[in-house]
Design a protein around this ligand. Sequence first.
Ligand SMILES: C[S@@+](CC[C@H](N)C(=O)[O-])C[C@H]1O[C@@H](n2cnc3c(N)ncnc32)[C@H](O)[C@@H]1O
Length: 229
Amino acid sequence: MFEKPLLIETADGSFTFSLPTQKVTYRSKYGARRESQQVFLGGSQILKQSSSPWRIVELGFGTGMNFLETARACFERKVALEYVSFENKPLGLSELESVISANGYQDESASELVRAVFSDFEYSQKDRRIKARDRSLSLELCFCNWGDIDFGQDKFDTVYFDPFGPKSQADSWGPSAFAYAFSLLRVGGTLVTYSSAGQVQRLLKSVGFGVQKLPGPAGKREVLVAHRI
Ligand SMILES: C[S@@+](CC[C@H](N)C(=O)[O-])C[C@H]1O[C@@H](n2cnc3c(N)ncnc32)[C@H](O)[C@@H]1O
């Protein structure tokens, strides 16, 4: 039985869920939207690129905030986006609706895609991969563990590496998780994560990444950006 998530307001006025007994929040309590924008969208430099579509793969769909923020920014700048996300403990559609509307995304086509994918999933309860598309935006959810699907090599420009922290999800921070991320990226592609732990830097380097630190958002001194060399 999964714990019921609690909707909380974070320091920048945006909302996320917390799981109080596990002592985790889906996005930072110091600013959920700011974390998505600065760490993931900002770290990946998507909006400075000229190529389109931009192809992102994410470890951990959670509340969908990274997807919704990225889709909004790509829409404003006319960049096509192909977004694939892995999620092994999905929130329910009604929970997603509450966080989508608390954050003001409810009328955007990206939130329509979230609804389409999660209602298909709730209806079928067995499809592991569900995809929805609206013009230059596509969303594919892989309802399984990170690493369980073979996409072939070099398929993505960016990895959003976003599990809960290693204290609660140690397996998601192991060498095989980073090796899989490396294999999915094209040469020159980028992995971004909110962690800056020494162990994470060492693992990234051990699978072949070049690692850089960037200033973090509120509540985090530094975050990591890793490049497939
Ligand atoms: C920090 S939350 C993700 C937040 C999300 N990106 C957002 O914008 O709201 C971590 C999510 O990753 C999922 N997760 C963690 N490890 C995973 C794994 N190995 N495979 C698939 N999903 C995983 C968790 O179930 C959880 O929903």
